[in-house]
Design a binder for this molecule. Structure first.
Ligand SMILES: [Zn+2]
Ligand SMILES: [Zn+2]
Length: 471
């Protein structure tokens, strides 16, 4: 996850050249109808993704008191399994083994092998590979309803600065976003669910996904059948903002839609002696950068948070001759697809028009054919309530907190465009241990006490979902 706009735009743009993304939308914005008549590439690109929408009409039922008692005892039993000393030792072993051997996007071969080895040991069946290193495991009756849980497996190109026994052994690579913990917690859920397979009133799909940080692994998992038969999906992310084991989420928009752009302005070269015959690209680029600031500050609803940031300008440095082209670019973020689309449209319009004012021309690339665009992560209300109820039953009301939305992005949003979904956090903050650093920091670390709670939460969410659907 890119939690706080902290994904380096330079890195992102570099990654764009390698493996950028694609986007699926939630609902057709009212303005989209008029925009469709134009041949604006990126808008038609978003629009085509609407075809993948297939939300089923879901209802979860759980209200009789006898049912509540049964569910409470199931939650207690799940928590009891997760607290077992063998379980605790094993889940830490899994997390530490992955932490020591971090692998970048689509290179998670050893991580994937470890997951499959553990699944074999648990006698859990799976499909492999999806999206190169991804795994789709299955526990339960093999029949509907199907509910999915997802963990991402990739690490980051960061040198770990934490000195501890299980420090990364791969120079320049680190699990600095907690995906090692995500895999371990989902493995933990697999172990619990397998132990309770005869209680499952349907099928739990466990998705071990590559390439969340770069490459939009989620999108590729979906394309290769990860969501086949699945009617709802949940994912958990560690958070240094919540105390260890506290679950946090909110209904509606939780994480922003993210994208990047790169503009190139071209025109006739000038020298200091004949500027009246040519175009001043520096002035054109400067005017465009200044004008872009007005899109959010003067045109956007102040109650609908958005970001347009120019993060680089690139040109030659000859003081006597102006360049024949100047590149600049940055990032855009919004909490709704409609707002995101509007930003895309206006960024291009503003840059092209400002270039024209100064007798220059401009092109703007939004990297639509690569893997740099994430849709907004919008939690389904019903799925959010489900997460809240289950975590409260597991750990009491103090175990759950409503959190604020942030402008970071997550490729889990691709799943949320296809089926109802909820994304939630689990706290790993422990001042005594020093696990207080944000994701993507070389000092990032987690309080491993959260692992068993995360496994139990995942398992209880899935088991309870199936029970409530079966009523
Ligand atoms: Zn991340
Ligand atoms: Zn992450």
């Amino acid at each position: 996850m890119n939690t706080h706009l902290h994904k380096s735009p330079f890195l992102s743009l570099a990654v764009a050249a390698l493996a950028f993304s694609c986007m699926i939308t939630t609902a057709p914005p009212p303005e989209a109808a008029t925009e469709r008549s134009s041949d604006h590439d990126i808008l038609s690109y978003f629009e085509s993704a609407l075809n993948s929408l297939r939300y089923p009409p879901l209802k979860l039922k759980n209200h009789s008191s006898a049912v509540q008692v049964a569910k409470k005892s199931a939650a207690d039993e799940i928590a009891r399994i997760a607290r077992g000393s063998d379980f605790v030792k094993w889940i830490k072993f899994v997390r530490r083994a992955i932490h020591e051997n971090p692998e970048l996007a689509f290179e998670e071969h050893e991580t994937s092998r470890l997951v499959r080895r553990e699944l074999d040991g648990l006698d859990v069946g799976y499909r492999f590979p999806l999206a190169k290193t991804g795994i789709r495991a299955m526990i339960g009756t093999g029949k509907a309803p199907f509910v999915a849980l997802r963990a991402d497996m990739d690490a980051l190109p960061i040198q770990e600065a934490v000195e501890w026994e299980h420090k990364s052994k791969n120079a320049g690579k680190m699990h600095a976003c907690g995906h090692d913990a995500h895999v371990a917690m989902l493995m933990g859920a697999a172990r619990i669910l397998k132990a309770r397979e005869n209680h499952l009133k349907g099928t739990v799909i466990l998705l071990f996904q590559p390439a969340e940080e770069a490459g939009n692994g989620a999108k590729r998992m979906i394309e290769e059948g990860a969501l086949e038969d699945v009617e709802a999906i949940f994912a958990m992310h560690v958070s240094h903002l919540l105390q260890t084991s506290v679950i946090g989420s909110r209904s509606g928009p939780l994480l922003a839609g993210c994208g990047f752009f790169k503009a190139i302005i071209t025109g006739q070269q000038i020298t200091s002696g004949n500027s009246h015959h040519s175009s001043d690209l520096v002035l054109a680029a400067s005017a465009a950068v200044i004008s872009l600031q007005g899109i959010v500050s003067r045109e956007s609803n102040p109650l609908d948070s958005q970001v347009v940031s120019v993060t680089f300008v690139d040109s030659r440095d000859d003081p006597n001759v102006s360049p024949t082209s100047i590149a600049f670019g940055g990032t855009l973020r919004a909490f709704s697809t409609a707002s995101f689309q509007r930003l895309v449209k206006r960024i291009e319009e503003v840059i092209v028009a400002q270039a024209k004012v100064y007798k220059c021309s401009a092109t703007v690339d939004f990297f639509k054919d690569s893997d740099s665009i994430y849709p907004p992560m919008v939690n389904n209300d019903l799925m959010y309530e489900h997460v809240k109820r289950v975590s409260t039953d597991l750990g009491g009301p103090a175990n759950f907190q409503v959190v604020e939305p942030v402008m970071g992005g997550e490729d889990f949003s691709f799943y949320s465009e296809v089926v109802p979904a909820a994304f939630f956090y689990i706290g790993i903050k422990n001042k005594t241990l020093g696990s207080v650093h944000s994701a993507h920091s070389p000092h990032f670390m987690i309080d491993e006490d959260a692992l068993t709670v995360g496994a139990a939460t995942h398992a209880a969410i899935a088991e309870r979902y199936l029970s409530e659907r079966a009523l």
